[in-house]
Design a protein around this ligand. Structure first.
Ligand code: NAD
Length: 484
Protein backbone atom coordinates (compact mmCIF):
# COMPACT_ATOMS: atom_id res chain seq x y z
CA UNK A 1 0.00 0.00 0.00
CA UNK A 2 1.28 3.47 -0.92
CA UNK A 3 2.79 5.54 1.85
CA UNK A 4 0.64 8.48 0.68
CA UNK A 5 -2.36 6.79 2.26
CA UNK A 6 -3.30 8.53 5.49
CA UNK A 7 -4.85 6.82 8.49
CA UNK A 8 -6.41 7.11 11.92
CA UNK A 9 -4.57 8.29 15.04
CA UNK A 10 -4.71 5.85 17.97
CA UNK A 11 -2.78 5.72 21.24
CA UNK A 12 -0.30 8.44 20.35
CA UNK A 13 0.55 7.47 16.75
CA UNK A 14 -0.84 7.38 13.22
CA UNK A 15 -1.79 3.77 12.54
CA UNK A 16 0.35 1.96 9.94
CA UNK A 17 -2.15 0.77 7.27
CA UNK A 18 -2.21 -3.08 7.05
CA UNK A 19 -2.94 -3.01 3.34
CA UNK A 20 -6.32 -4.75 3.37
CA UNK A 21 -8.43 -1.78 4.57
CA UNK A 22 -11.12 -0.16 2.44
CA UNK A 23 -9.77 3.05 0.94
CA UNK A 24 -11.63 6.34 1.27
CA UNK A 25 -11.00 8.87 -1.50
CA UNK A 26 -11.57 12.46 -0.43
CA UNK A 27 -12.65 14.40 -3.54
CA UNK A 28 -12.83 18.12 -4.19
CA UNK A 29 -16.50 19.07 -4.81
CA UNK A 30 -15.40 21.98 -7.04
CA UNK A 31 -13.53 19.54 -9.33
CA UNK A 32 -14.36 15.93 -8.45
CA UNK A 33 -11.42 14.59 -10.51
CA UNK A 34 -9.11 16.20 -7.93
CA UNK A 35 -8.42 13.73 -5.10
CA UNK A 36 -7.45 15.66 -1.97
CA UNK A 37 -6.24 12.62 0.02
CA UNK A 38 -6.67 8.87 0.37
CA UNK A 39 -7.37 7.26 3.74
CA UNK A 40 -7.31 3.71 5.10
CA UNK A 41 -10.72 3.30 6.72
CA UNK A 42 -10.86 2.27 10.37
CA UNK A 43 -13.02 -0.68 11.42
CA UNK A 44 -14.76 -1.63 14.65
CA UNK A 45 -11.62 -3.40 15.94
CA UNK A 46 -9.58 -0.19 15.64
CA UNK A 47 -12.47 1.71 17.25
CA UNK A 48 -12.23 -0.60 20.29
CA UNK A 49 -8.45 -0.12 20.41
CA UNK A 50 -8.90 3.68 20.40
CA UNK A 51 -11.50 3.57 23.17
CA UNK A 52 -9.31 1.24 25.27
CA UNK A 53 -6.29 3.52 24.80
CA UNK A 54 -8.39 6.51 25.89
CA UNK A 55 -9.71 4.62 28.90
CA UNK A 56 -6.18 3.63 29.96
CA UNK A 57 -4.99 7.24 29.67
CA UNK A 58 -8.01 8.68 31.51
CA UNK A 59 -6.96 8.50 35.20
CA UNK A 60 -3.63 10.30 34.69
CA UNK A 61 -5.12 12.95 32.39
CA UNK A 62 -8.02 13.54 34.79
CA UNK A 63 -5.51 14.35 37.53
CA UNK A 64 -3.12 16.36 35.35
CA UNK A 65 -1.96 19.84 36.33
CA UNK A 66 -4.31 22.44 34.78
CA UNK A 67 -1.25 24.40 33.62
CA UNK A 68 -0.22 21.38 31.53
CA UNK A 69 -3.69 21.27 29.94
CA UNK A 70 -3.66 25.03 29.38
CA UNK A 71 -0.24 24.91 27.67
CA UNK A 72 -1.22 22.02 25.38
CA UNK A 73 -4.44 23.73 24.27
CA UNK A 74 -2.64 27.02 23.75
CA UNK A 75 0.02 25.35 21.56
CA UNK A 76 -2.70 23.75 19.41
CA UNK A 77 -4.52 27.08 19.03
CA UNK A 78 -1.29 28.91 18.16
CA UNK A 79 -0.34 26.47 15.41
CA UNK A 80 -3.84 26.52 13.88
CA UNK A 81 -3.75 30.34 13.72
CA UNK A 82 -0.20 30.38 12.33
CA UNK A 83 -1.16 27.96 9.53
CA UNK A 84 -4.53 29.60 8.80
CA UNK A 85 -3.99 30.20 5.06
CA UNK A 86 -2.89 26.62 4.36
CA UNK A 87 -5.63 25.06 6.53
CA UNK A 88 -8.29 27.31 4.96
CA UNK A 89 -7.30 26.29 1.43
CA UNK A 90 -7.40 22.63 2.42
CA UNK A 91 -10.85 23.12 3.97
CA UNK A 92 -12.14 24.97 0.89
CA UNK A 93 -10.75 22.24 -1.36
CA UNK A 94 -12.37 19.35 0.47
CA UNK A 95 -15.69 20.94 1.53
CA UNK A 96 -16.39 23.61 -1.10
CA UNK A 97 -16.68 26.59 1.26
CA UNK A 98 -15.02 29.66 -0.29
CA UNK A 99 -11.57 30.52 1.08
CA UNK A 100 -12.79 33.76 2.74
CA UNK A 101 -15.27 31.76 4.84
CA UNK A 102 -12.80 28.93 5.40
CA UNK A 103 -10.34 31.44 6.88
CA UNK A 104 -13.04 32.57 9.32
CA UNK A 105 -13.70 28.96 10.27
CA UNK A 106 -10.00 28.17 10.86
CA UNK A 107 -9.63 31.29 13.02
CA UNK A 108 -12.61 30.23 15.04
CA UNK A 109 -11.06 26.78 15.59
CA UNK A 110 -7.76 28.29 16.76
CA UNK A 111 -9.50 30.73 19.08
CA UNK A 112 -11.66 27.97 20.59
CA UNK A 113 -8.49 26.13 21.66
CA UNK A 114 -7.07 29.36 23.10
CA UNK A 115 -10.32 30.11 24.96
CA UNK A 116 -10.31 26.66 26.58
CA UNK A 117 -6.59 26.99 27.40
CA UNK A 118 -7.70 29.78 29.75
CA UNK A 119 -10.75 27.88 31.00
CA UNK A 120 -8.48 25.02 32.19
CA UNK A 121 -7.18 27.41 34.86
CA UNK A 122 -10.63 28.68 35.83
CA UNK A 123 -12.40 25.42 36.54
CA UNK A 124 -13.41 25.87 40.17
CA UNK A 125 -15.85 24.23 42.57
CA UNK A 126 -18.28 25.93 44.94
CA UNK A 127 -18.73 26.18 48.70
CA UNK A 128 -22.09 26.17 50.51
CA UNK A 129 -23.21 26.52 54.10
CA UNK A 130 -25.12 23.48 55.29
CA UNK A 131 -28.52 23.67 56.96
CA UNK A 132 -26.88 21.54 59.67
CA UNK A 133 -24.65 23.39 62.16
CA UNK A 134 -20.95 22.57 61.97
CA UNK A 135 -21.17 21.08 58.47
CA UNK A 136 -19.58 22.51 55.31
CA UNK A 137 -20.37 21.55 51.71
CA UNK A 138 -18.12 21.67 48.63
CA UNK A 139 -18.92 20.82 45.05
CA UNK A 140 -16.07 19.48 42.92
CA UNK A 141 -16.05 19.17 39.12
CA UNK A 142 -14.59 15.95 37.67
CA UNK A 143 -14.03 14.88 34.09
CA UNK A 144 -16.42 12.27 32.74
CA UNK A 145 -13.72 9.95 31.36
CA UNK A 146 -13.77 8.83 27.72
CA UNK A 147 -15.78 11.13 25.45
CA UNK A 148 -16.85 10.21 21.90
CA UNK A 149 -17.00 13.15 19.50
CA UNK A 150 -18.90 12.71 16.22
CA UNK A 151 -18.93 15.65 13.80
CA UNK A 152 -20.63 16.56 10.49
CA UNK A 153 -19.09 17.69 7.18
CA UNK A 154 -20.21 21.32 7.02
CA UNK A 155 -17.71 22.75 9.54
CA UNK A 156 -14.72 20.43 9.10
CA UNK A 157 -12.44 22.13 11.65
CA UNK A 158 -14.54 24.51 13.80
CA UNK A 159 -17.01 21.92 15.12
CA UNK A 160 -14.27 19.38 16.00
CA UNK A 161 -12.36 22.21 17.70
CA UNK A 162 -15.26 23.46 19.80
CA UNK A 163 -15.91 19.91 21.05
CA UNK A 164 -12.32 18.59 21.44
CA UNK A 165 -10.96 21.71 23.19
CA UNK A 166 -13.44 21.70 26.13
CA UNK A 167 -13.26 17.90 26.41
CA UNK A 168 -9.47 18.02 26.90
CA UNK A 169 -9.63 21.22 28.97
CA UNK A 170 -11.73 19.56 31.68
CA UNK A 171 -9.54 16.43 31.79
CA UNK A 172 -11.41 14.01 29.52
CA UNK A 173 -9.90 11.65 26.95
CA UNK A 174 -11.24 11.88 23.40
CA UNK A 175 -12.11 9.50 20.59
CA UNK A 176 -13.01 11.74 17.64
CA UNK A 177 -14.83 10.55 14.51
CA UNK A 178 -15.08 13.20 11.75
CA UNK A 179 -17.50 12.98 8.82
CA UNK A 180 -16.15 10.91 5.94
CA UNK A 181 -16.65 13.75 3.44
CA UNK A 182 -14.07 15.94 5.20
CA UNK A 183 -11.29 13.76 6.66
CA UNK A 184 -8.38 15.96 5.51
CA UNK A 185 -9.07 18.92 7.84
CA UNK A 186 -9.64 16.44 10.68
CA UNK A 187 -6.35 14.71 9.88
CA UNK A 188 -4.51 18.05 9.81
CA UNK A 189 -6.01 18.90 13.20
CA UNK A 190 -5.01 15.48 14.61
CA UNK A 191 -1.48 15.98 13.30
CA UNK A 192 -1.24 19.34 15.12
CA UNK A 193 -2.67 17.76 18.28
CA UNK A 194 -0.19 14.85 17.97
CA UNK A 195 2.72 17.30 18.45
CA UNK A 196 1.17 19.31 21.29
CA UNK A 197 2.58 17.30 24.20
CA UNK A 198 -0.49 15.23 25.06
CA UNK A 199 0.22 11.82 26.62
CA UNK A 200 -0.51 8.84 24.34
CA UNK A 201 -4.17 7.78 24.39
CA UNK A 202 -5.60 11.12 25.55
CA UNK A 203 -6.64 12.04 22.00
CA UNK A 204 -7.56 9.55 19.25
CA UNK A 205 -9.09 10.05 15.82
CA UNK A 206 -10.84 7.46 13.64
CA UNK A 207 -11.46 7.96 9.92
CA UNK A 208 -14.31 5.66 8.97
CA UNK A 209 -17.99 5.33 8.18
CA UNK A 210 -20.68 6.36 10.66
CA UNK A 211 -22.51 3.06 10.25
CA UNK A 212 -19.45 1.11 11.46
CA UNK A 213 -17.01 3.33 13.36
CA UNK A 214 -19.59 5.84 14.66
CA UNK A 215 -21.92 3.04 15.66
CA UNK A 216 -19.18 1.07 17.48
CA UNK A 217 -18.06 4.26 19.24
CA UNK A 218 -21.48 5.29 20.48
CA UNK A 219 -22.23 1.77 21.79
CA UNK A 220 -18.89 1.13 23.51
CA UNK A 221 -19.43 0.74 27.29
CA UNK A 222 -16.21 2.63 28.12
CA UNK A 223 -17.46 5.76 26.28
CA UNK A 224 -19.17 7.71 29.07
CA UNK A 225 -20.38 10.65 26.97
CA UNK A 226 -21.10 11.42 23.31
CA UNK A 227 -21.06 14.90 21.81
CA UNK A 228 -22.66 14.78 18.36
CA UNK A 229 -23.44 17.28 15.61
CA UNK A 230 -25.22 16.09 12.49
CA UNK A 231 -28.62 15.12 11.21
CA UNK A 232 -31.68 14.63 13.38
CA UNK A 233 -32.02 11.04 12.20
CA UNK A 234 -28.52 10.04 13.39
CA UNK A 235 -28.94 12.15 16.52
CA UNK A 236 -32.03 10.20 17.54
CA UNK A 237 -30.18 6.87 17.16
CA UNK A 238 -27.27 8.16 19.23
CA UNK A 239 -29.58 9.48 21.97
CA UNK A 240 -31.42 6.14 22.18
CA UNK A 241 -28.15 4.17 22.39
CA UNK A 242 -26.71 6.55 25.00
CA UNK A 243 -29.79 6.48 27.21
CA UNK A 244 -29.90 2.67 26.95
CA UNK A 245 -26.53 2.45 28.73
CA UNK A 246 -26.96 5.72 30.69
CA UNK A 247 -24.14 7.62 28.99
CA UNK A 248 -24.24 11.40 28.82
CA UNK A 249 -25.30 12.82 25.44
CA UNK A 250 -25.26 16.21 23.74
CA UNK A 251 -26.81 16.62 20.28
CA UNK A 252 -26.76 19.53 17.84
CA UNK A 253 -28.91 18.79 14.80
CA UNK A 254 -30.83 20.55 12.06
CA UNK A 255 -32.62 23.86 11.70
CA UNK A 256 -35.26 25.59 9.58
CA UNK A 257 -34.45 29.07 10.73
CA UNK A 258 -36.82 31.98 10.10
CA UNK A 259 -35.74 35.52 9.27
CA UNK A 260 -38.52 38.11 9.60
CA UNK A 261 -38.32 41.33 7.58
CA UNK A 262 -40.80 43.98 8.78
CA UNK A 263 -42.08 47.04 6.87
CA UNK A 264 -39.89 49.33 9.02
CA UNK A 265 -36.65 47.42 8.21
CA UNK A 266 -33.55 49.07 6.79
CA UNK A 267 -33.85 47.44 3.38
CA UNK A 268 -30.10 47.30 2.61
CA UNK A 269 -29.42 45.66 5.95
CA UNK A 270 -32.28 43.20 5.35
CA UNK A 271 -30.90 42.28 1.91
CA UNK A 272 -27.37 41.76 3.26
CA UNK A 273 -28.59 39.63 6.17
CA UNK A 274 -30.76 37.52 3.86
CA UNK A 275 -28.05 36.89 1.26
CA UNK A 276 -25.46 36.13 3.95
CA UNK A 277 -27.71 33.92 6.05
CA UNK A 278 -29.41 32.05 3.22
CA UNK A 279 -26.74 31.50 0.61
CA UNK A 280 -23.24 31.86 2.02
CA UNK A 281 -21.51 28.57 2.78
CA UNK A 282 -23.82 27.32 -0.02
CA UNK A 283 -26.69 27.37 2.49
CA UNK A 284 -25.08 24.38 4.23
CA UNK A 285 -25.29 25.73 7.76
CA UNK A 286 -27.57 24.51 10.51
CA UNK A 287 -28.15 28.23 11.30
CA UNK A 288 -28.93 29.21 7.67
CA UNK A 289 -32.00 31.42 7.10
CA UNK A 290 -34.14 29.10 5.02
CA UNK A 291 -37.56 30.69 5.75
CA UNK A 292 -37.92 34.37 4.97
CA UNK A 293 -41.08 35.95 6.38
CA UNK A 294 -41.85 39.40 4.92
CA UNK A 295 -44.66 41.83 5.75
CA UNK A 296 -46.66 43.07 2.77
CA UNK A 297 -45.77 46.80 2.89
CA UNK A 298 -42.13 46.06 1.97
CA UNK A 299 -42.71 42.76 0.18
CA UNK A 300 -42.69 43.78 -3.51
CA UNK A 301 -39.65 46.06 -3.35
CA UNK A 302 -37.74 43.69 -1.09
CA UNK A 303 -38.39 40.56 -3.11
CA UNK A 304 -37.59 42.29 -6.42
CA UNK A 305 -34.23 43.45 -5.09
CA UNK A 306 -33.53 40.12 -3.39
CA UNK A 307 -33.99 38.24 -6.65
CA UNK A 308 -31.68 40.73 -8.44
CA UNK A 309 -29.01 40.32 -5.77
CA UNK A 310 -29.34 36.53 -5.79
CA UNK A 311 -28.95 36.38 -9.58
CA UNK A 312 -25.77 38.47 -9.31
CA UNK A 313 -24.04 36.01 -6.94
CA UNK A 314 -21.11 34.26 -8.59
CA UNK A 315 -21.24 30.48 -8.25
CA UNK A 316 -17.84 28.90 -8.83
CA UNK A 317 -14.74 27.06 -7.67
CA UNK A 318 -14.26 27.47 -3.91
CA UNK A 319 -10.57 28.28 -4.40
CA UNK A 320 -11.28 31.15 -6.82
CA UNK A 321 -11.14 34.48 -4.94
CA UNK A 322 -13.98 35.96 -7.03
CA UNK A 323 -16.46 33.20 -6.08
CA UNK A 324 -19.38 34.08 -3.79
CA UNK A 325 -20.85 30.58 -3.53
CA UNK A 326 -18.92 27.34 -3.88
CA UNK A 327 -20.32 23.93 -4.83
CA UNK A 328 -22.67 21.75 -2.84
CA UNK A 329 -20.63 19.21 -0.85
CA UNK A 330 -21.29 16.15 -3.07
CA UNK A 331 -23.50 14.63 -5.74
CA UNK A 332 -25.87 13.07 -3.18
CA UNK A 333 -26.50 16.39 -1.44
CA UNK A 334 -26.99 18.10 -4.82
CA UNK A 335 -29.57 15.48 -5.82
CA UNK A 336 -31.35 15.98 -2.50
CA UNK A 337 -31.42 19.78 -3.04
CA UNK A 338 -32.79 19.33 -6.59
CA UNK A 339 -35.47 16.93 -5.31
CA UNK A 340 -36.61 19.56 -2.79
CA UNK A 341 -36.77 22.13 -5.61
CA UNK A 342 -38.96 19.75 -7.63
CA UNK A 343 -41.22 19.24 -4.61
CA UNK A 344 -41.59 23.04 -4.22
CA UNK A 345 -42.64 23.37 -7.86
CA UNK A 346 -45.00 20.39 -7.59
CA UNK A 347 -46.65 21.92 -4.51
CA UNK A 348 -47.30 25.20 -6.37
CA UNK A 349 -44.50 27.56 -5.26
CA UNK A 350 -42.92 29.88 -7.87
CA UNK A 351 -39.18 29.65 -8.46
CA UNK A 352 -38.18 33.30 -9.00
CA UNK A 353 -34.54 32.50 -9.78
CA UNK A 354 -31.90 29.74 -9.65
CA UNK A 355 -32.60 26.28 -8.35
CA UNK A 356 -30.83 24.62 -11.29
CA UNK A 357 -27.38 23.10 -11.79
CA UNK A 358 -24.80 25.75 -12.67
CA UNK A 359 -22.36 24.98 -15.46
CA UNK A 360 -18.89 25.72 -14.12
CA UNK A 361 -15.60 24.40 -15.44
CA UNK A 362 -14.36 21.39 -13.48
CA UNK A 363 -17.69 19.53 -13.39
CA UNK A 364 -18.35 20.19 -9.70
CA UNK A 365 -21.65 19.97 -7.82
CA UNK A 366 -22.83 23.52 -8.50
CA UNK A 367 -26.32 24.83 -7.82
CA UNK A 368 -27.57 28.33 -8.61
CA UNK A 369 -29.09 29.79 -5.43
CA UNK A 370 -32.87 29.59 -5.59
CA UNK A 371 -35.63 31.86 -4.26
CA UNK A 372 -39.15 30.44 -3.98
CA UNK A 373 -42.14 32.83 -3.84
CA UNK A 374 -45.86 32.03 -3.34
CA UNK A 375 -44.83 29.66 -0.57
CA UNK A 376 -47.46 28.20 1.79
CA UNK A 377 -46.58 27.04 5.27
CA UNK A 378 -47.58 23.41 4.64
CA UNK A 379 -45.07 22.97 1.79
CA UNK A 380 -42.05 20.67 2.31
CA UNK A 381 -39.66 23.44 1.20
CA UNK A 382 -40.98 25.55 4.07
CA UNK A 383 -41.04 22.81 6.72
CA UNK A 384 -38.04 20.53 6.10
CA UNK A 385 -34.35 21.30 6.27
CA UNK A 386 -32.95 21.39 2.70
CA UNK A 387 -29.36 22.21 3.72
CA UNK A 388 -28.62 23.98 0.44
CA UNK A 389 -28.86 27.46 -1.15
CA UNK A 390 -32.66 27.48 -1.40
CA UNK A 391 -34.83 30.12 0.25
CA UNK A 392 -38.61 30.02 0.75
CA UNK A 393 -40.37 33.38 1.10
CA UNK A 394 -43.68 33.72 2.93
CA UNK A 395 -45.77 36.91 2.74
CA UNK A 396 -47.63 37.98 5.90
CA UNK A 397 -49.71 41.03 6.92
CA UNK A 398 -48.05 42.18 10.14
CA UNK A 399 -45.65 41.36 13.00
CA UNK A 400 -48.17 39.15 14.80
CA UNK A 401 -48.57 36.95 11.72
CA UNK A 402 -44.82 36.96 11.13
CA UNK A 403 -44.15 35.87 14.70
CA UNK A 404 -46.69 33.03 14.49
CA UNK A 405 -45.18 31.88 11.18
CA UNK A 406 -41.64 31.93 12.61
CA UNK A 407 -42.75 29.75 15.51
CA UNK A 408 -44.52 27.24 13.26
CA UNK A 409 -41.67 24.70 13.09
CA UNK A 410 -40.41 21.48 14.64
CA UNK A 411 -36.95 23.05 14.94
CA UNK A 412 -35.65 25.83 17.21
CA UNK A 413 -32.02 26.70 16.57
CA UNK A 414 -31.74 30.33 15.40
CA UNK A 415 -34.35 32.99 14.54
CA UNK A 416 -33.86 36.54 13.26
CA UNK A 417 -35.77 39.76 12.79
CA UNK A 418 -34.88 42.87 10.77
CA UNK A 419 -36.74 45.87 12.18
CA UNK A 420 -36.17 49.40 13.45
CA UNK A 421 -38.88 48.92 16.09
CA UNK A 422 -37.61 48.47 19.64
CA UNK A 423 -41.02 47.10 20.62
CA UNK A 424 -40.95 44.26 18.07
CA UNK A 425 -37.24 43.55 18.62
CA UNK A 426 -37.83 43.20 22.37
CA UNK A 427 -40.93 41.07 21.93
CA UNK A 428 -39.08 38.77 19.53
CA UNK A 429 -36.07 38.34 21.83
CA UNK A 430 -38.32 37.57 24.78
CA UNK A 431 -40.86 35.26 23.13
CA UNK A 432 -39.06 33.43 20.31
CA UNK A 433 -38.63 29.77 21.22
CA UNK A 434 -35.34 29.44 19.30
CA UNK A 435 -32.10 28.89 21.23
CA UNK A 436 -30.43 31.87 19.53
CA UNK A 437 -32.13 35.12 18.49
CA UNK A 438 -30.66 37.69 16.10
CA UNK A 439 -31.88 41.28 15.80
CA UNK A 440 -30.78 43.13 12.64
CA UNK A 441 -28.31 40.32 11.94
CA UNK A 442 -28.33 37.16 9.81
CA UNK A 443 -29.45 33.96 11.58
CA UNK A 444 -26.00 32.46 10.89
CA UNK A 445 -22.74 33.77 12.32
CA UNK A 446 -22.10 33.22 16.03
CA UNK A 447 -19.29 33.95 18.49
CA UNK A 448 -17.08 31.23 19.98
CA UNK A 449 -17.15 32.34 23.62
CA UNK A 450 -20.91 32.22 24.34
CA UNK A 451 -23.42 29.35 24.54
CA UNK A 452 -24.53 27.77 21.27
CA UNK A 453 -27.56 25.56 20.80
CA UNK A 454 -31.26 25.29 20.17
CA UNK A 455 -34.50 23.75 21.31
CA UNK A 456 -37.01 21.10 20.18
CA UNK A 457 -35.74 19.11 17.15
CA UNK A 458 -32.53 21.16 16.87
CA UNK A 459 -30.65 20.32 20.05
CA UNK A 460 -30.69 18.03 23.05
CA UNK A 461 -28.62 18.19 26.21
CA UNK A 462 -26.46 20.98 27.67
CA UNK A 463 -25.29 23.89 25.52
CA UNK A 464 -21.95 23.87 23.69
CA UNK A 465 -19.15 26.49 23.76
CA UNK A 466 -18.05 29.24 26.08
CA UNK A 467 -18.18 28.70 29.83
CA UNK A 468 -21.39 26.69 29.33
CA UNK A 469 -19.36 23.80 27.85
CA UNK A 470 -18.32 22.81 31.38
CA UNK A 471 -21.81 21.50 32.12
CA UNK A 472 -21.51 18.69 29.59
CA UNK A 473 -17.82 17.88 29.92
CA UNK A 474 -17.76 17.53 33.71
CA UNK A 475 -19.72 15.77 36.41
CA UNK A 476 -20.37 17.23 39.85
CA UNK A 477 -19.54 15.71 43.21
CA UNK A 478 -21.07 17.15 46.40
CA UNK A 479 -18.87 16.70 49.51
CA UNK A 480 -20.14 17.20 53.08
CA UNK A 481 -17.70 17.67 55.93
CA UNK A 482 -18.22 18.03 59.69
CA UNK A 483 -15.95 20.83 60.86
CA UNK A 484 -16.13 20.38 64.64
P1 NAD B 1 -25.04 12.84 9.58
O1 NAD B 1 -25.96 12.67 10.72
O2 NAD B 1 -25.24 11.98 8.40
O3 NAD B 1 -23.54 12.57 10.03
C1 NAD B 1 -22.97 13.24 11.14
C2 NAD B 1 -21.88 12.35 11.71
O4 NAD B 1 -22.49 11.18 12.26
C3 NAD B 1 -20.85 11.87 10.70
O5 NAD B 1 -19.58 11.84 11.30
C4 NAD B 1 -21.33 10.47 10.39
O6 NAD B 1 -20.30 9.62 9.92
C5 NAD B 1 -21.84 10.03 11.74
N1 NAD B 1 -22.80 8.93 11.69
C6 NAD B 1 -23.66 8.63 10.68
N2 NAD B 1 -24.38 7.53 11.00
C7 NAD B 1 -24.00 7.16 12.24
C8 NAD B 1 -24.40 6.12 13.12
N3 NAD B 1 -25.33 5.24 12.79
N4 NAD B 1 -23.81 6.05 14.34
C9 NAD B 1 -22.87 6.94 14.71
N5 NAD B 1 -22.44 7.93 13.90
C10 NAD B 1 -23.00 8.05 12.69
O7 NAD B 1 -25.04 14.39 9.21
P2 NAD B 1 -24.18 15.14 8.10
O8 NAD B 1 -24.81 14.80 6.79
O9 NAD B 1 -22.71 14.92 8.28
O10 NAD B 1 -24.41 16.65 8.49
C11 NAD B 1 -25.50 17.40 8.05
C12 NAD B 1 -26.48 17.63 9.18
O11 NAD B 1 -25.82 18.18 10.31
C13 NAD B 1 -27.57 18.62 8.83
O12 NAD B 1 -28.82 18.08 9.20
C14 NAD B 1 -27.25 19.83 9.69
O13 NAD B 1 -28.34 20.62 10.04
C15 NAD B 1 -26.59 19.24 10.87
N6 NAD B 1 -25.71 20.20 11.53
C16 NAD B 1 -26.11 20.72 12.73
C17 NAD B 1 -25.32 21.64 13.39
C18 NAD B 1 -25.74 22.20 14.73
O14 NAD B 1 -24.90 22.68 15.45
N7 NAD B 1 -27.00 22.16 15.10
C19 NAD B 1 -24.11 22.04 12.84
C20 NAD B 1 -23.73 21.50 11.63
C21 NAD B 1 -24.54 20.56 10.98
Amino acid sequence: MSSSIKSSFVNGRFVQPRGDEQILENRNPSEPADIVDRFARADSELTCAAVEAADAAAPAWANSNPQVRADVLDRIGTEILQRREELARLLAREEGKVVREALGEVDRAGRSFKFFAQEALRSAGEKYDSVRPGVGIDTIRHPIGVVGIISPWNFPIAIPAWKIAPALCFGNCVVFKPAELVPSSAWALAEIISRSGLPAGVFNMLIGPGSRVGDALMRHPMVRAISFTGSEQTGRQIAAAAVERMAKVQLEMGGKNPLIVLDDADIELALDATIQGSFFSTGQRCTASSRLIVTDGIYTEFVTRLVERTRALKVGNALDASTDIGPVVDEKQLESDLAFIQSGLAEGATLACGGNRAAVEGGGFYLNPGVFLDVKSHMRIYREEIFGPVLSVLKVRNYEEAFAAAEDTEFGLSAGIITSSLKYAEHFKRHSSAGMVMVNLATAGVDYHVPFGGNRGSSYGPREQGTYAREFFTKVKTCYQRSN
